[in-house]
Design a protein around this ligand. Structure first.
Ligand code: BDR
Ligand code: CA
Length: 313
């Protein structure tokens, strides 16, 4: 059965590939794209979503801008990873995909109430999702699942303890993890298993269409900052892992666990404290991703990018 999803994102290099995968794969029906401040400011992440959708010719999916700052903490961005534009690398023309006039939180609420059985796929800070949950509790029974990219059960990437999406708005993440909704947490231990090596980038570039070319340029830039900041040989494709899990849950192995978001720690603010051994006796409120079939994941990405039109002659 086709899964109805809303992709809430902060493009962002890996967010861009997540949009492309979600639109191209027939196992998911992309109902809406919503943007949030995260990797860059809201005007930049929103412009970037429209840029990517313009290059890909995605004109039948509404895109709306949401929260321009976190609920409580001061705003942070990830310029060291995604650059000054939030999507450095490729050259983009003026986007022609128009912005939906609704606030992203309204678009999420209206879409969930209208369709039901919707899976939310947040791949940025959880501000919009937390606001939607608080503002309209009637959406809760109409949400099938939340599959989010964020958190970790070992190390962080923005502090030694915290992953970026959770650290950028821990209070919002706490609302989501406390919501009682079924949650799958695709954290860093999982996403670091799929790094876009030069071989992967070459395979994507060889597809020869303009969307694949854009993806290859995005991945080349993303790999350069991951090399500089983390010493990695390739950029982890964090956000597409969440979409891939919805497409094919067999792809990713998960473990049920109780997950709490640290809101007070001196050194651990924004950490996801995952009780992987069940030592607290607290009931599981999430399924935490631990292993991915990397070869199958790359096939999904390449198959998706291959569906976009060849260059016009
Ligand atoms: C997450 O943070 C962002 O930089 C990426 O887009 C991803 O969503 C990884 O920690
Ligand atoms: Ca993201």
């Amino acid at each position: 059965m086709v899964r109805k999803i809303i992709l809430d994102c902060d493009p962002g290099h890996d967010d861009a590939i997540a949009i492309l995968l979600a639109y191209a794969n027939p196992a998911v029906d992309l109902l809406a794209v919503t943007t949030v401040a995260g990797n860059q400011t809201l005007p930049k992440t929103t412009l970037n979503a429209r840029r990517v959708m313009t290059v890909a010719g995605i004109r039948d999916v509404p895109v709306a801008a949401g929260a321009d700052r976190p609920l409580v903490r001061e705003q942070i961005v990830a310029e060291n990873i995604h650059g000054e534009s939030g999507l450095d690398g490729p050259r983009f023309g003026e986007p022609t995909v128009e912005l939906d006039p609704r606030h992203a939180v309204d678009l999420i609420i209206e879409t969930v109430l209208e369709h039901g059985d919707v899976t939310l796929v947040p791949v940025g800070p959880l501000t919009n999702v937390a606001l939607a949950i608080r503002r309209e509790p009637r959406i809760l029974p109409r949400i099938r699942e939340i599959v989010l990219m964020g958190g970790s059960y070992t190390l962080g990437n923005v502090t030694p303890a915290a992953e970026f999406n959770i650290y950028a708005d821990p209070e919002a993440a706490d609302v989501v993890f406390s919501s009682g909704l079924p949650i799958t947490m695709i954290g860093l231990e999982l996403t670091h298993q799929v790094k876009a090596t030069p071989e992967v980038v070459a395979r994507i570039r060889a597809l020869g269409n303009p969307v694949a070319e854009m993806a290859a340029e995005l991945l080349t830039y993303f790999a350069s900052t991951y090399k500089k900041v983390f010493g990695f040989d390739g950029a982890p494709l964090h956000d597409p892992c969440a979409v891939a899990y919805v497409i094919d849950p067999e792809l990713i192995e998960c473990q049920p666990a109780n997950v709490q978001v640290e809101l007070r720690g001196t050194w651990t603010y924004g950490a996801t404290v995952c009780d992987m051994y069940g030592v607290t006796g607290r009931p599981a409120n999430a399924r935490v991703a631990i292993r991915i079939d990397a070869a199958r994941f790359w096939d999904l990405i390449v198959e998706a990018l291959a569906t976009y039109s060849p260059p016009s002659s």
